[in-house]
Design a protein around this ligand. Structure first.
Ligand SMILES: [Fe+2]
Length: 253
């Protein structure tokens, strides 16, 4: 089934369910079916293109990431990527009702540099916020822990490889742990707001962990000491979320 056919069928199924739900409402609370269906589909499709609320306060990641850095990072830098992505989708007539953010990234070479920078920036930051939490588990568990041991020999070896990728990324960019097409794990880095989902990426795969090494992510607290920020970041890694991303990446194959 083609993607557009699948999307039309999903839309019809969603609309049909919404219609049944509305029909079941008491008379006094009934609203226009057309209005309600439009609202449902708009919220569903546009959701991942919009900046989502943070699951924790700006100060929650102290002392490893300071509150002011978090606030500026989230409300200025990441918010700008989301806004500029919205502008680019309008200018380039991208149908966000039928194109997932992942599909956009996988075909990003067909779009403008503005779309590339901001689709990447938005996706990367939305993942980054969820990959951190206050007082997380110290180590991964389950399938991800096994895969890390298999791929890198030990958790420490993996952390060294990932930290090295983050330290040596010249200028602004990201370090990644990815699942490649053969389901193996790999460490890589990308420049600017690129990521391994993009068809232009040197090393491709599904991101499991991502670390922002732009100076805006750490300069207020760490100044030029990027390695200190990287070492501190390991205290915040939400391994449960990483495990979820790992499991999702395997299912898709
Ligand atoms: Fe950032």
């Amino acid at each position: 089934m083609s993607k557009s056919t699948q999307n039309r069928r999903q839309f019809i199924a969603t609309s049909s369910k919404a219609g049944m739900a509305i029909a079941a409402m008491p008379l006094m609370t009934k609203i226009s079916p057309i209005t309600s269906i439009n609202s449902i589909t708009t919220l569903t499709a546009a959701g991942e293109y919009a900046q989502q609320p943070l699951n924790y306060g700006y100060a929650a990641l102290e002392p490893f990431i300071d509150a002011m850095t978090m606030e500026i990072h989230y409300t200025k830098h990441a918010a700008a990527y989301a806004k500029n992505l919205a502008d680019a989708t309008l200018a380039e007539k991208l149908d966000i009702q039928t194109t997932t953010l992942q599909d956009l990234l996988k075909n990003i070479s067909h779009y403008s540099p503005k779309m590339r920078n901001n689709a990447g920036g938005h996706f990367n930051h939305e993942m980054f916020w969820q990959l951190m939490k206050p007082a997380p588990s110290i180590t991964p568990a389950g399938e991800l822990a096994e895969a890390i041991n298999k791929g890198f020999g030990s958790l420490d070896n993996f952390k060294t490889a990932f930290s090295d990728a983050a330290k040596t990324r010249f200028g602004s960019g990201w370090a990644w742990l990815i699942v490649k097409a053969d389901n193996s794990l790999a460490v890589c880095s990308t420049p600017n707001q690129d990521n391994p989902l993009m068809d232009i990426a040197e090393t491709k795969g599904s991101p499991i962990l991502g670390l922002d090494v732009w100076e805006h992510a750490y300069y207020l607290k760490y100044q030029n000491k990027r390695p200190d920020y990287i070492n501190a970041w390991w205290n915040l890694v939400n391994w449960e979320f990483a495990q979820k991303k790992y499991a999702e990446s395997l299912i898709k194959k």
